[in-house]
Design a binder for this molecule. Structure first.
Ligand SMILES: [Zn+2]
Length: 440
């Protein structure tokens, strides 16, 4: 059975879009009939002033343009939330044969029908990623033994990992999680760069919809500010003129103040998160979070990791592909590791450091809003951070990772390679042009 707060969230999420539609229709009525027609364009006999057709038409034009922009951004947001929500597929349920051949010392993979119950039983802290401990690392209780799906991690240069170097694991979905993915209990799925479950838009705001969410709350703020100004100004006038307020305009003041305050708060906090390159979930423990990263050791340095080498690395390593598990002692003896190996150093950030912060608020904003002024204001293209066509890491990485590489001695020697700063700049440009190409 679903937990009450999850049920409430889902019920509210379904009820709010029709409620917002009703509010929009009523707002149109207030501005069109009692304000513009009955007061400005064709004043009722109870008002003593003359016609103000120009003012009435100007208000109507601005009002309908603004509400149209709000509706368009809302529909774009809803479209992405329903059609492209950034959900990760669950691991397929084990077949009967797989269950029968499951080795006895391997924890059985959970059947799908148990998942909902497990989610319902989780402690009430799922706003923080349920697979991450208090320090921001994976909970070592969820130890996966699967090696399926690891190629998409170890073929990158950097990925977020557990203490032992394996990627973070979602025990509910039975799969490894790409960097910044979180399990959302409302939809019972892992979501890419999940931001929050938003009842106002009826779904999960994630990397595919965060930009449109910001645009929606920003345009709602402008619309509410305009509505509040006209309702308040003409209410004051009507009180002087007719001796009493118009009830519809008074309700308009209340509604535009309420939604205006709400959208103001959401706009400021969303822009701030985008400037820090954090999601709402990551922001919950941003001052204490420690990220464990698997950073690829360049092939030319592998010889230095040899035990006979005089170089004493300061980090632990993990070598991919992992051997199939579990291996019997005989099989382990005969096991021949594949020729192409990917060795990763396991490194940790300092508490409060964010490896995805690109070092500049503007660059962080560009990752969400886009690279041009059109991208920033029109709800057309996806965020650059949702672009998966470049493969060094799941998301662009900032100076924290460059520093970790340098401290661990994994940086390329300065005489043979460009400097770290130039290297980061070059990667940034490459992602930019690839984003443009992929968006046509
Ligand atoms: Zn999950």
């Amino acid at each position: 059975m679903a937990r009450p707060d999850r049920r409430v969230n889902l019920a509210v999420a379904r009820a709010i879009p029709p409620f917002l539609l009703c509010v929009c229709v009523y707002a149109c009525y207030i501005v069109t009939k009692p304000l513009c027609i009955d007061y400005l364009i064709r004043p009722l006999p109870k008002y003593s002033h003359g016609r103000r057709v120009g003012a009435g038409i100007a208000i109507l034009v601005i009002f309908y343009i603004l509400i149209l922009v709000v509706i368009i951004t809302y529909l774009r947001l809803l479209f992405n939330i329903t059609r492209n929500p950034g959900f990760l597929p669950r691991a397929p349920a084990p077949t009967k044969e797989e269950q029968e051949t499951e080795p006895s010392d391997r924890p059985p993979r959970r059947k799908r029908k148990h998942r909902r119950t497990r989610t319902a039983e989780k402690p009430d802290k799922t706003d923080v990623d349920i697979e991450r401990g208090a320090d921001g690392n994976a909970d070592s209780g969820a130890i996966p033994l699967d090696i399926i799906g690891l190629e998409s991690f170890y073929t990158k240069d950097v990925f977020v990992c557990q203490e032992d170097g394996r990627p973070l694991y979602c025990s509910t979905c039975s799969r490894y999680k790409p960097d910044r993915a979180h399990h959302c209990r409302e939809v019972d799925r892992c979501v890419l760069k999940m931001d929050h479950f938003c009842p106002w838009v009826g779904g999960v705001v994630s990397e595919t919809s965060f930009k449109f969410f910001i645009q929606f709350v920003f345009y709602t703020l402008i619309f509410c500010a305009f509505s509040l100004i006209i309702c308040a100004t003409f209410t004051a006038e009507i009180i002087q003129d007719a001796g009493g307020a118009n009830v519809h305009l008074a309700i308009g003041i209340g509604l535009s103040s309420l939604f205006g305050l709400f959208s103001f708060g959401m706009t400021i906090s969303s822009l701030q998160l985008a400037m820090w390159n954090l999601s709402t979930i990551e922001n919950l423990n941003r001052r204490s979070a420690v990220w464990t990263l698997a950073i690829r050791v360049p092939d030319r340095m592998l010889a230095r990791l040899n035990p006979e080498s005089r170089w004493a690395p300061t980090f632990r390593t993990i070598t991919y592909p992992l051997p199939p598990v579990p291996l019997s002692p005989e099989a382990a003896r005969d096991y021949q590791p594949p020729e192409k190996q990917h060795v990763f150093a396991i490194l940790q950030t300092l508490p409060g450091e964010n490896p995805f912060d690109l070092g500049s608020r503007f660059k962080n904003l560009q990752q969400v809003l886009g690279y041009s002024i059109i991208d920033w204001f029109l709800p057309l293209r996806q965020s650059p951070c949702a672009d998966r066509t470049t493969g060094d890491s799941f998301y662009e990485l900032g100076p924290v990772v460059s520093r970790l590489k340098k401290e661990a001695g994994l940086d390329p020697p300065p005489e043979s390679q460009p400097t770290t700063q130039n290297d980061t700049e070059r990667k940034h440009k490459r992602r930019r042009s690839s984003h443009r190409r992929s968006q046509g």
